[in-house]
Design a protein around this ligand. Structure first.
Ligand code: ZN
Length: 246
């Protein structure tokens, strides 16, 4: 919020930088709002809609380029949840719905529907919606940070050269293993891992990747050895990098 403020009214307002927000976080905070509303008496049915509404949020952000396009699509969900797929000013974009779905429609004007409308039309959320329309995600960046922590844990302090070396090792590991194929069983079938989400009460499946082979370590070791053999004396003091903060 503080960063947002810097870009909305603060010192970066006219910087020309476009501030955007991460899709996952937007969707997560929406799910949280619906989950909280679903705890109220008579609003339990909202919980069955959380996933669909979050999917709709993703869909709207992905397909809309402007706020107007977004809001037209986004609002439609309030009609859709009541089973109304065509209304005075619009129509749902989805194809034919499955006949055997056990999803019950909401009653228009019911407490759950009113609460949902408050969330969907929440002015504070809508004010920030343009920051989601670029449909960006920091997921890969965050996963790289986690990967970095395996090499340079936040619980220890490192001197700059050691930190730099560890960061490079993390980079080598990441680059070498990033496109690993999925792990297969002897019969050729894919291996999955299932994860239970406590909030949505649903299971998700992930493919497991092949084990890491660290094949580059041998090259690294021989490079170190060659370098050592080619330099006769061992330098007493290593030269500092020009950007070394010390
Ligand atoms: Zn619909």
């Amino acid at each position: 919020m503080q960063i947002s403020a810097l870009f909305n009214t603060g010192k970066y307002k006219d910087s020309g930088i476009r501030h955007t927000l991460d899709m996952w976080h937007g969707s997560k905070s929406l799910a949280k709002k619906i989950h909280t509303a679903g705890q109220h008496k008579g609003c339990e049915e909202l919980l069955d809609w959380t996933r669909d509404i979050c999917n709709h949020f993703w869909h709207c952000c992905k397909s809309a380029d402007t706020y107007d396009e977004f809001i037209e699509l986004w609002r439609g969900v309030l009609h859709h949840v009541t089973g109304e797929h065509e209304w005075a000013l619009g129509v749902c974009q989805h194809g034919p719905l499955p006949q055997d779905s056990d999803q019950a429609w909401m009653k228009k004007g019911s407490e759950a529907h009113v609460r949902l409308a408050e969330i969907i039309l929440d002015a504070r959320r809508l004010k920030n919606v343009h920051k989601y329309l670029s449909f960006r995600s920091t997921a890969e960046f965050e996963s790289f940070h986690n990967h970095m922590h395996m090499y340079a844990s936040k619980r220890f302090s490192f001197t700059p050269p050691v930190y730099a070396a560890r960061a490079m090792l993390a980079g080598l590991d990441c680059n070498h293993h990033i496109n690993r194929p999925p792990k297969k069983r002897p019969d050729g079938s894919l291996q999955y891992r299932k994860v239970f989400n406590k909030k949505s009460h649903k299971w998700s499946l992930y493919t497991i990747k092949e084990d890491k082979d660290y094949a580059y370590v041998k090259d690294l070791q021989s490079a170190i050895l060659e370098r050592r053999l080619s330099t006769r004396s061992v330098p007493r003091q290593s030269k500092k990098r020009p950007d070394d903060p010390r």
